[in-house]
Design a protein around this ligand. Sequence first.
Ligand code: BGC
Length: 460
Amino acid sequence: MKAFFFFFCQRLHPYTPLTLPLSPPSPSHETGRYFAIDIGGTNFRVIYVDLAPTRGGVARLELRDAPIPDHAYTCPVDGLFDMMATTLLAFGKELGVLGGEGAAPPTVGFCFSFPCDQTALDGGKLLKLTKRFNNPGAVGVDPVAALRAALARAGEPAARVVALLNDSVGTLAGGRYADPSVELGVILGTGTNAAYVESAAAVTKLAPRAAARLRTGKVVVNTEWGNFADVSLPTLPADLALDAATPHAGEQLMEKQMSGMYMGEIARRLLLELADQGALFAAGAVPKALREPGALTTADVAACDGDRSVTLGGVARVLAKKLGATGTSYLDRRVVRRVCHLVALRSARLLATAIASLLRQIGRDGSEEAGGGQPPPPRPAGVAVDGGVFEHYALYRAYVAAGLADLLGRPAAAAVAVKRVRDASSRGAAFLAAAADHAELGAARAESARVGEVPALAAA
Ligand code: BGC
């Protein structure tokens, strides 16, 4: 954990894509009607928001979640964008705000949670897909242009897609809107990532002249830490085997040890190893389903880890329901609980280490080292976290807190405000669309000027 702590930031930067010099968006000055699309996890979401003329007011907010159909993960990339476009237009028609006589075409913010080199507020280049997505033709595509084209194919050629953001940036923005001490936005759901506020001078991918022109002297860095790979990652044979079986082998190695998409599968592989060595389940009684990839999920890991009953009835239920293993011994159930615990603990300690390391990088981990040896050190920054694992797995949150205490010391760790935020990325996409739209209309010249700095960034 310590080695990882010291090297994480130094070795993270090569994984970080181009980032826009962008202040986190604030919904407070904007009015109008906006849509947002949010894709990247297990669900796909569309949002409609009517921002009221009163400062910061939201007159109407409608939100629809839809599971992503299996074929959408692997169809040619246009099919994926067509699915988003048709869902958004159907949603708008259902709400009675699109498609009718005199209805204005939609203005859309797009939260697209994959690594992109972002070259403008409304444009970028997809570097790769991650998680379950493996759509031919995706790499190199500009997600905004692809969505505009799909909206045109679906019958709205005048639709405007005005803003693109990553979910980690949306979480940072949402957290910061509620509490200005938040400097770090973290996602721990299907995938994992973090964005933080960095001094422009520290970003080597930013040309010095562009950095010097920034009003705030700050940029938001989307770290893409899920792609971190280093010898300090605690890699097991089961991790290597899991990685080899994914559509993106060799990529997102830290994510594959940590996030919700993978923890169940890591546990399954470890349990199978034990069963094959004769250390788990009676001889000849290894459940067949244990050999099937995906048989256990992260929710199963959480249920087993959290089972405090005397007979471990919760573990027994998971084993019966998911693996068809009935009549397991108490010892088997103890082993299963322990393995699930260790899988979750490793993930949580990696998360704590990555958070602490980024806080140290910006001098806000509350330690004297971070304050340049000058007591009192600056107050630790706030951390906003979103994502299903963090939200639904209470023990996991306790493991992260304990990990932060180990690294930073109890007093500093206790002062790090880790806040759970929900849905910030999708709302952030709608609010950013509003901010961008107003900038485009000339209502905020400063915003336009900052967008104008982007080519210098791209050339860096
Ligand atoms: C993606 C990130 C995203 C994260 C959480 C990762 O697989 O590369 O861009 O923020 O998942 O959704």
